[in-house]
Write a protein of this length. Structure first.
Length: 323
């Protein structure tokens, strides 16, 4: 604990105390589960990187402060993901002139990534508008945001709003992968799909698409905690192992596609009795008719946890005792 306190003392958050006090975290607690023909969800691709005290200190001096951003969002719970924080990302492309993008923080494990993206309004583009009494977040209409690794594509990225105004939007972007991507390059992308007005003229320039992307390497040191299991789940699924990190749990086994995942009652129970919600989950691909079915299922935590303190995972009526 002293080492972590010393670490945060070395970091000067870019956000003022007044701004932090005004931040509101809106986390959609309903789990995300998409089915596409023979898949629960096409695996999404992530990365995991951690930084030593020395590396974070150097990064802060050079202007990036991922640990500080996470602390502003999760407060003291951000200490749980210190060893999952990635190095600073490099911008690869930026052709969108109506918005500015910045990857302000990212943390990950073997099968999932948590990224925080700031979007700023440019050239009169309003990020948030009130239309007929309804708040419209326009980038959700105009952008496609995804995270992928070098050798695979991605889909089904979950996005949650942390902060919003006409000038600035802060988003939490979650994604999962059935592959182990340690050491891989990971890209965060935003695609702007152009639109036409009533006269058939493009609203944004003259091209169909514009894009922004940033990249980092999955070079992390945090270790997941693994528990061997031999457990039958509701629906005929079989659980053979669970890996817990600070940001997700990965179920290993068979036929996870047969488990009734569609429920709002999904959370992690800690030794202290605290419940931490699971705000997104997705499974590995599988071939229709294959008796093995989906062999992985990743559940993302709404807040970072200490993996040592996870004692149960509850999915509806199913309780999985971890230890």
């Amino acid at each position: 604990m002293k080492r972590l306190n010393d670490l945060y003392d070395q970091i000067t958050p870019e956000t003022s105390p007044e701004e932090l006090a005004e931040m509101i975290i809106n986390t959609d607690t309903k789990p995300i589960l998409k089915r596409r023909s023979s898949r629960i969800m096409t695996a999404i691709f992530a990365a995991a990187v951690s930084v030593s005290v020395m590396t974070i200190s150097v990064g802060a001096v050079n202007g990036w402060d991922y640990a500080g951003i996470f602390k502003s969002i999760f407060d003291d719970k951000s200490e749980n993901l210190t060893e999952n924080i990635v190095p600073e990302a490099t911008v690869l492309e930026d052709t969108i002139d109506t918005m500015n993008f910045e990857l302000v923080a990212a943390a990950a494990d073997k099968h999932s990534v948590l990224a925080v993206i700031d979007i700023y309004s440019e050239n009169g583009y309003k990020l948030v508008e009130e239309i007929e009494g309804e708040t419209i977040i326009k980038p959700f209409q105009d952008l496609f945001i995804c995270i992928n690794s070098d050798d695979t594509g991605s889909s089904g990225t979950g996005i949650h709003v942390i902060e919003q105004s006409e000038e600035k939007l802060r988003l939490s972007v979650r994604t999962n992968t059935e592959n182990m991507i340690k050491g891989e390059k990971v890209t965060v992308q935003a695609w702007l799909q152009n639109k036409k007005d009533e006269n058939g003229e493009y609203l944004f320039g003259k091209d169909d698409f514009y894009s922004w992307s940033a990249e980092f390497v999955a070079d992390y040191t945090a270790d997941e905690i693994r528990y061997e299991k031999n457990m039958e789940l509701i629906g005929g699924a079989k659980l053979t192992g669970v890996e817990i990190s600070s940001i997700s749990a990965c179920f290993e086994g068979e036929r996870f596609n047969d488990f009734p995942w569609g429920t709002n009652n999904v959370y992690v129970m800690l030794d202290s009795g605290e419940k931490v919600e699971i705000n997104q989950f997705s499974g590995s691909s599988y071939v229709e008719g294959d008796e093995t079915g989906a062999t992985l299922f990743i559940l993302c935590f709404a807040e970072p946890v200490n993996p040592d303190e996870v004692c149960e995972i509850v999915i509806g009526e199913q309780v999985v005792e971890i230890k």
